[in-house]
Design a protein around this ligand. Structure first.
Ligand SMILES: [Zn+2]
Length: 288
């Protein structure tokens, strides 16, 4: 379906042969070429209006060079396109209707999403899914919007990016009926159990790992290293869900390094390897 130049095992071999068979100076060389990918970040958020350029520079300085931007609803579209114009080499847009924006007018919002896809290309349909934390009364229309956007993604041969809050059973129910070879994507901000991780992977989903992995009570740190790294991508979900020690503050993409460091520690490998493998995984998913 997609050309896969190097899988994660080969990347590791390649990295080892280039950098780790030499001397101790290898670490700084590999850091110099390291590229981290923030697979989910709302850089167009108003919360960055005051200092967006400085915030982006901090991320670049931390080797975070690729930013995948999830949509929410039509009210954010202009800000997304502005962001893309300014950082066209680093920013990759998705389009979709976020479950918390699925309200009475959701038919109009879905039409808006379809129109955007008619006008131009995107890298994923997202973020879409079900959120029962904020509003249980909209479950039926959330399910409908989720399913229809999955079908759009399949038609476009694009990945989906799933938002799931208090709704694992409901999400899996939809995925179970929609599963197929051309359904794939990311389970964004994965915070479930090991069983739920395996189930998500069985639907061709990668797990989006973010700040929660650094939380004392985040739980996913207890089993994550039993999941093969090829199933994982990194994300911040900024401006939300800042990793420790910034928990509760505004999150930003430069903090992805804290997530990468924690993941490296859990797997007992270097940050450079985590960067290489998870960036490759993001390329496999988004095709760029
Ligand atoms: Zn998000």
């Amino acid at each position: 379906m997609r050309l896969k130049f190097l899988d994660s095992k080969n990347i590791r071999k390649l990295l080892n042969s280039i950098f780790f068979d030499k001397d101790n100076s290898s670490k700084s060389i590999s850091f110099a070429i390291m590229i981290l990918t923030d697979s989910h970040t709302h850089l167009y958020s108003k919360q960055f209006d005051e200092d967006r350029d400085a915030m982006m520079q901090r991320a670049f300085d931390q080797k975070i060079k690729r930013f995948f931007i999830p949509a929410i609803d039509s009210s954010y579209a202009e800000a997304m396109y502005e962001l893309e114009k300014k950082y066209s080499e680093n920013v990759f847009l998705m389009m979709g209707l976020h479950p918390t924006s699925v309200k009475e007018n959701y038919e109009d919002e879905l039409t808006f999403v379809e129109q955007q896809f008619e006008n131009r290309d995107f890298y994923a349909v997202g973020e879409i899914g079900i959120d029962l934390y904020w509003d249980k009364s909209t479950l039926t229309i959330q399910q409908d919007a989720f399913r229809r956007q999955i079908q759009l993604a399949k038609q476009k041969k694009l990945p989906i990016v799933i938002h799931c809050r208090d709704a694992f059973d409901e999400i899996f129910e939809v995925l179970e009926t929609e599963k197929s070879d051309d359904l794939f994507g990311i389970f964004h901000c994965f915070t479930g159990t090991q069983e739920q991780a395996k189930q998500a992977i069985s639907y061709n989903m990668k797990l989006g790992i973010g700040g929660v992995v650094t939380f004392k009570n985040g739980k996913i740190d207890q089993f994550l290293n039993e999941i093969a790294l090829e199933h994982i991508v990194l994300e911040t979900d900024s401006p939300y869900l800042a990793p420790a020690p910034f928990r509760g503050k505004r999150n930003e993409s430069s903090y992805l390094m804290l997530v990468a460091e924690k993941v490296a520690k859990l797997y007992g490998i270097s940050v450079e390897e985590v960067a290489a493998i998870t960036t490759q995984n993001s390329k496999d998913i988004f095709g760029v």
